[in-house]
Design a binder for this molecule. Sequence first.
Ligand code: RP5
Length: 164
Amino acid sequence: MATTTPPVAIVMGSQSDWATMRHCADTLKHLGIAHEVKIGSAHRTPSRLYEFARGAKDEGFQIIIAAAGGAAHLPGMAAAMTPLPVFGVPIRSKALKGMDSLLSIVQMPKGVPVGTLAIGEAGAVNAALLSASVLALNDDKIASALDAFRAEQTAAVALTPTDT
Ligand code: RP5
């Protein structure tokens, strides 16, 4: 049976990142966006990361979401090796609460961009939504799903607070 490459690849540095990145995958799924999830570390499995990032465009991926914590070199290394857009998610680290992850992902040198999201779950979800916005430019189904998501989100905000 022929397999089709999904538009989005999620790559993360460790199994321990999955607790955060599953929110990204869930959001993509909610919007009907097919995706693949891989573990590939800039430090522990550099060859695996190299092969993935080098081949991602030819494989048919359109967007890479890369998540890492601590000395978070994964998103930047991926961006250096692919022309695809790379969105970086800083994982909330134990030692520095994700500030290390954030700064090492966001402070890319001029010429090699990584679209950096917020630390932790918010960044994971927003990476999925940002990917959806990009894909929606050429996909009416995704555009409708994104509109519906936003409408639901708006409808869920009460006009006045309740005592809970
Ligand atoms: C990074 O080191 C990973 O992205 C992860 O956030 C962090 C800690 O990894 P583990 O020690 O939990 O495997 O490479």
